[in-house]
Design a protein around this ligand. Structure first.
Ligand SMILES: [Fe+2]
Ligand SMILES: [Fe+2]
Length: 290
C-alpha cells in the first residue's frame, strides 16, 4: 500500500472506499442513501459509524438503527471525518511493537487531543474549520504512524534519541530524517484530499504561526496536544510529560482559570469516548516497568 512520495518516506495510498467517501461527501448533490451505500461496503467502517452515531459522545435522543440514519444523525462532514479516521487507523496503526513506545497510550493521547481541540477551538470562538477540529486532534500525529511503518529502524532510532536527549520527537525526526511527523502528516492529508483546514492543522500543529489560513485551528491542536500530554501517560515509556499549565496558557492566550475549566470539560467528555478509545484495544501494548 506504500508508494514513493518523491522523498525518502513512502506515503500510503488512499483506499478505494475512502476515496469514494471523500468524493461523495464532498458532492453537494449526494444523498444520505448514497453515502450510506459507500460506508456499507466496508463492514468494519459501517460498524464503527453506527456505534459512534449511537454513542454517548453524540448523545442523540433517537437511536440510529441503520447506516442511513447514522449518516443523517452525524451529518456528511462528520461521516467523512469519521470514515477517514477509521480508515487511517485501520490501515496505518502498526501491528508491530517497538521497545520504549506504547501505541495504545498514543491512541489515548490522540483521542484526548481530539476532544481537547474541539473544546479549546469552540472556546476561541473561531468557527472557520470547526468541523475539522475533532479529527484534526485525532490525526495530528498520523505522520508518526507513517514513519513507523515505512522506516521501522529509523523510527526506533528516533525513539532512542528522544530518550537519550529528552527532546521532542519532531526535533529528533528532523535531525535523523530531515523531515518530521507534522510535515509527513500534512503531506498525507493533502494527498488524500482532506479539507484545507485539516491539512494545515496537522502540518502546523507544532508551528501554528506558519499556518497561512488556519492558524487558530493549528494553535488549538497544539494546545490540546500539550493538554493531552499533561492529562495522560507518555507513550514514550520512561519519559515524563513535563508541561506546565502556564506553557499552554501562553500558547493559546487563555487564563489559567479558563484552562482549568477546559481540562474539567475534556475529562468529562472523555468519559463518553468509550467506543472511540476502544479502537486502541487491538493495538500492541508495550511492557512498562512496574
Ligand atoms: Fe506532534
Ligand atoms: Fe501529539
Amino acid at each position: 500500500m506504500f508508494r514513493r512520495s518523491g522523498g525518502k518516506i513512502d506515503l500510503p495510498s488512499v483506499s478505494p472506499a475512502l476515496a469514494r467517501i471523500i468524493q461523495i461527501t464532498n458532492s453537494p448533490d449526494a444523498s444520505a442513501e448514497q453515502v450510506a451505500e459507500v460506508v456499507m461496503l466496508d463492514q468494519s467502517l459501517a460498524t464503527k459509524v453506527l456505534r459512534i452515531a449511537n454513542s454517548a459522545y453524540y448523545s442523540r435522543r433517537v437511536k440510529a438503527e441503520t447506516i442511513t440514519e447514522a449518516v443523517v444523525t452525524l451529518g456528511f462532514s462528520s461521516i467523512r471525518h469519521l470514515a477517514a479516521s477509521a480508515s487511517v487507523i485501520d490501515a496505518l496503526f502498526p501491528k508491530q511493537m517497538f521497545p520504549g513506545f506504547d501505541w495504545r497510550e498514543m491512541w489515548s493521547h490522540s483521542v484526548t487531543c481530539a476532544v481537547g481541540t474541539e473544546v479549546i477551538y469552540a472556546r476561541m470562538s473561531r468557527m472557520q474549520g470547526a468541523e475539522s477540529a475533532f479529527v484534526a486532534g485525532l490525526l495530528h500525529d498520523v505522520g508518526k504512524l507513517i514513519i513507523a511503518r515505512a522506516l521501522p529502524q529509523r523510527f526506533l532510532q528516533v525513539v532512542d534519541a528522544c530518550r537519550e536527549y529528552n527532546r521532542p520527537m519532531e526535533l529528533e525526526e528532523q535531525a535523523l530524517l530531515s523531515t518530521n511527523h507534522a510535515k509527513i502528516g500534512g503531506d498525507l492529508a493533502r494527498s488524500w484530499q482532506f479539507p484545507e483546514s485539516l491539512i494545515e492543522a496537522i502540518l502546523y500543529h507544532h508551528s501554528p504561526e506558519d499556518s497561512p489560513k488556519y492558524e487558530a485551528l493549528a494553535r488549538a491542536v497544539g494546545a490540546a496536544n500539550m493538554l493531552a500530554k499533561r492529562m495522560s501517560r507518555s507513550y514514550l515509556i520512561g519519559i515524563s510529560n513535563d508541561i506546565s499549565i502556564e506553557e499552554i496558557t501562553e500558547h493559546v492566550g487563555m487564563s489559567v482559570e479558563e484552562l482549568e475549566h477546559i481540562t474539567m470539560v475534556v475529562r468529562r467528555r472523555m468519559g463518553h469516548c468509550g467506543d472511540i478509545l476502544a479502537w486502541g484495544d487491538a493495538m500492541p501494548k508495550a511492557k512498562r516497568a512496574a
